[in-house]
Write a protein that binds this ligand. Structure first.
Ligand SMILES: [Zn+2]
Length: 489
């Protein structure tokens, strides 16, 4: 979809009118009498409502085709505006409108008005995404091709809007990665698709199987060994401070299981196709790094993802195997389907030793239990730091990518103790599966401030969300981009 500015509209255009105050709208915009009358009529019809969105065809004026009128609350909130854009876009699609002029009259302050346009733009583009590349002869969905804001933009504002348009690429990358089927997306291919990051100034480094083995990442290797696809670890560096030493970057870590059969502890076949997005955490880290670079974030950040395919072939890891992780701690693998934590354990150890991050946030589609607890709206948040946790929570409110913190403590930790190794990868007890998974990861983070986001419920939406269609949501990119922007720039 093309989004642009235009200085004026003519009466051949379809119109989208978004406003908060009727008088200001009518005063500041050159609307025709028919349009003005229509707005008066809509106001009367909806006089009990503070906000509404309605769609009309205006037959009395033969040139004006279609008009969408939306009254919104006067206080500007980014996430609310983005969600409104999604709603407007869906209505335009349903009415087969290919092009429209957009008139916004929401505030007398210029900065607020422009930020409103920016948020609408982001909302339009987030909702616009669809994954249709494998549809070859079947019909693709109707698409709105262009929207132009009627706004006298300065050069600087035009540039800012362009950056805003570019930034959605981060979310698109995440969604592309989670949407690709596992025959097309395996560890090496994930790395290849992330080559786009180099074009915006991200430095990448790839650890191949040989390197992974020589580093002693046996927990990660154990998961990968049942697949013919070799594992990879991808490191992505963004040096926003432009310092030579790249000291104490923010660390973002992602679970990238490109397909999870469960391994020898194989999953039931119903719904197993969903496991193509078991690399959702890694996809968010890649999309986040892309976003930070596109908007030239002033922070230093390192993204690292562990990429493996969990398959049950003749060389696969067995339940009862004991592996020595890179940290030196040994793990009895009682269930080969609890593999994400094994991958994260080694990747976290590596990034902690090599880059000394100031904090670490890992993202993983880790447990089915988090879906039982929080459904498809909230990600589970676990942390060893109240202040880090508070910051993430604030960004969650800002972006409406919702998180909810769950408890951790020593008694949960003790459930991981094992009679034949330093720990086991599942507790073997019922309940609190998401918490004990987080406790497992915590054994590898040392004293670094750390948070873990269990995104198993929010990475994919069967129904679609305010910001996305059914499919990959890209949840986490906006959340953590906001977290970086609000706290570290
Ligand atoms: Zn699994």
């Amino acid at each position: 979809m093309k989004i642009s500015f235009a200085n004026k509209f003519d009466n051949k255009d379809n119109l989208v009118i978004i406003y908060s105050d009727k008088n200001r709208l009518l005063e500041k915009n050159k609307l025709s009498n028919a349009q003005k009358n229509l707005i008066e009529k809509v106001e009367k019809l909806n006089k009990s409502k503070k906000s509404f969105t309605e769609f009309f065809i205006v037959p009395e004026e033969k040139n004006i085709k279609k008009i969408l009128i939306s009254k919104t609350k006067s206080k500007f909130e980014i996430s609310h505006t983005e969600a409104l854009a999604g709603k407007v876009l869906s209505l335009l699609e349903r009415n087969n409108i290919e092009k429209a002029a957009v008139i916004c009259s929401v505030d007398s302050n210029r900065d607020v008005s422009f930020n409103f346009i920016k948020a609408l733009t982001h909302g339009f583009l987030m909702k616009d995404y669809r994954f249709e590349k494998y549809k070859t002869i079947t019909k693709k969905d109707f698409k709105v091709s262009s929207l132009s804001f009627i706004y006298q933009a300065s050069q600087l504002e035009t540039k800012k809007l362009e950056t805003q348009i570019q930034m959605v690429k981060g979310i698109y990358l995440t969604r592309d990665l989670v949407s690709e089927p596992a025959n097309e997306l395996y560890p090496e291919k994930f790395v290849q698709l992330c080559n786009v990051l180099k074009k915006v100034g991200i430095k990448t480094e790839v650890l191949d199987e040989k390197k992974i083995k020589s580093l002693g990442m046996n927990a990660l290797m154990g998961v990968a060994q049942g697949s013919v696809k070799p594992p990879r670890v991808l490191v992505m560096k963004w040096n926003g401070k432009k310092d030579k030493n790249f000291s104490n970057p923010l660390g973002f870590i992602g679970k990238g299981v490109t397909f999870d059969t469960g391994g020898i502890s194989i999953k039931p076949s119903g719904g197993m196709e969903d496991m193509k997005w078991d690399m959702g955490g890694a996809a968010v880290v890649a999309g986040l790094m892309y976003t930070l670079a596109i908007r030239k974030s002033k922070a230093n950040a390192i993204g690292i993802v562990g990429l493996v395919e969990n398959m049950p072939d003749g060389n696969a890891q067995r339940p009862g195997d004991i592996v020595k992780s890179m940290s030196g701690q040994t793990i009895e693998v009682l269930n080969t389907d609890a593999e994400g934590r094994l991958v994260l354990a080694d990747v976290i150890t590596y990034v902690r030793r090599k880059y000394k991050p100031s904090l670490m946030i890992d993202l993983a589609t880790l447990t089915g239990a988090i879906i039982v607890a929080l459904g498809d709206r909230y990600a589970g948040l676990f942390s060893n730091s109240d202040s880090l946790s508070d910051k993430i929570y604030k960004s969650s409110i800002n972006t409406q990518e919702l998180v909810w913190r769950l408890p951790m403590d020593n008694k949960f930790d003790k459930l991981l103790d094992c009679s034949v190794a330093d720990m086991k990868n599942i507790t073997g007890t019922r309940g609190a599966g998401s918490i004990t998974a987080a406790q497992f990861i915590k054994r590898f983070v040392g004293d670094v401030d750390w948070a873990h986001l269990d995104i198993a419920g929010v990475t994919w939406s069967k129904r679609g969300t305010d910001f996305s269609r059914p499919g990959g949501t890209g949840f986490g990119v906006r959340l953590l981009d906001n977290f970086v922007k609000e706290n570290y720039e």
